[in-house]
Design a protein around this ligand. Structure first.
Ligand SMILES: Nc1ncnc2c1ncn2[C@@H]1O[C@H](COP(=O)(O)OP(=O)(O)O)[C@@H](O)[C@H]1O
Ligand SMILES: [Mg+2]
Length: 396
């Protein structure tokens, strides 16, 4: 079922100072399609829970309208809205078995025991809980308890499933598994869902679309790809992953591409695809946005430059990789867009992270390279060339 928010605003009075108003949600507009899973993502206090509670009816908006499958529900109480909430605290009954917990909602509705059993068995199978039929909650793992809570919410076939940071009580590994599980189950039932989290990885994993919020306002609504690769502003760029921002000036605007220059004398020229940039004209100040993994590093000169080539894991990897790098021609002939000096490197096994000083554009650039043994390794103090493609960059 679709959910539509029109100009939703919520103003609270500050409990510690009645004269002060807190604008928790400010003019939020959103349309969620049937079967879609949308995440509200943003730092703590940005209004995610309040927006969710307005949809469920536990909070009344100061302004605006909530529509659920074509019906204006502002005046409809929570229990008549046909939404179901999955909380982080499992809120399952400790004295009931798994099957009794899951079937509880149907029992309340007066469904016949045989039919309850059939539906409970069906849902337990989908949720891989089958052999836990008679278990008590205290005999379950955290992940199993979470699945029981989810099954209990889904069995009532709500129009909309609401999740408020459901995984924050679980340890990291289980959280990773459960997000994939939640997404699988949501898709297999096709239930329209709204998921609240402050964790960007979680949002990327479970969402069809993400609504990024800050201070009660919507910063951007888009697919995980759009949010990550075409952030609408520096807040989004920074909040979703790590990013490099390079100050530049717009030189020319063409239908296909925008050319910008950067550096003190404007000596570095870069092209960005026009449709990925905002509204720019010649002479405008802009920032090139590029993700660390989109940078290509190249060797500038003598590889023995290592200023402080101490016996670190990084240095060790460097000596192993030097030969391979030569062999693969990592010392590229490409003219570098920027040149920088490696300040710090962190060897993480599959990746190496470099902090690079680029005095020309007064920036510290973060680069991530993969497969260091094949791709080569740069030492602290070494000068490197930095390139990236038009497709991997974006203009704000
Ligand atoms: N009942 C309330 N009374 C007053 N202020 C509130 C109330 N509930 C939430 N707030 C405030 O509204 C803002 C948004 O809160 P919330 O929606 O819980 O954020 P989030 O879920 O993103 O962490 C915060 O500043 C919070 O302190
Ligand atoms: Mg919250």
């Amino acid at each position: 079922m679709s959910v539509t928010l029109k100009n939703i605003t919520k103003i609270f009075t500050d409990p510690s100072n009645q004269a002060r108003e807190v604008v928790a949600v400010k003019d939020v507009n959103l349309e969620i399609q049937e079967g879609e899973m949308v995440t509200f993502l943003g730092p703590s206090g940005c209004g995610k829970t309040t927006t969710l509670r307005i949809i469920s009816g536990f909070e009344t908006p100061t302004n605006g309208e909530v529509w659920i499958s074509g019906t204006l529900v502002n005046e409809i109480p929570p229990n008549k809205r046909d939404t179901s909430m999955v909380f982080q605290s499992y809120a399952i009954f400790p004295h009931l078995s798994v099957s009794q917990n899951i079937g509880f909602g149907l029992e309340l509705k007066g469904v016949k025991p045989k039919e309850i059993r059939r539906q409970v068995e069906e849902i337990m199978e989908v949720m891989t809980l089958t052999n836990l039929y008679n278990r008590r909650p205290d005999q379950l793992s955290g992940g199993q308890q979470q699945r029981v809570a989810l099954a209990r919410a889904i069995i009532n076939r709500p129009k909309v499933l609401l999740f408020d940071e459901p995984l924050s009580n679980l340890d990291a590994k289980l959280r990773d598994q459960m997000r994939i599980e939640i997404r699988r189950i949501q898709q297999s039932f096709g239930i329209t869902s709204i998921y609240v989290t402050h964790d960007q990885d979680e949002a990327m994993t479970v969402s069809d679309r993400i609504m990024v919020m800050k201070d009660g306002e919507v910063m951007q609504i888009g697919t995980p790809f759009e949010i990550y690769s075409r952030p609408a502003n520096t807040f989004v760029a920074d909040f979703i992953g790590r990013v490099n921002l390079i100050d530049a000036v717009v030189e020319t605007v063409e239908p296909e591409s925008i050319s910008v220059v950067c550096g003190g004398g404007g000596e570095h020229r870069h092209k960005v695809i026009t449709s990925w940039a905002g509204d720019f004209k010649k002479g405008d100040a802009a920032r090139i946005v590029v993700r660390p993994e989109s940078l290509r590093l190249s060797r500038m000169g003598d590889t023995a430059a290592g200023a402080d080539g101490k016996a670190t894991a990084a240095a060790e990897a460097a000596s192993v990789s030097a030969a391979t790098a030569e062999e693969n021609g990592t010392a590229r002939s490409e003219v570098p867009f920027l040149k920088g000096i490696i300040k710090r490197s962190v060897y993480l096994g599959p990746t190496v992270e470099y902090e690079i000083d680029v005095p020309d554009v007064k920036a510290q650039i973060l680069a991530v390279t993969y497969n260091p043994v094949e791709e080569g390794f740069y030492r602290n103090g070494e000068e490197v060339g930095i390139n990236f493609s038009s497709a991997a960059s974006h203009l704000l």
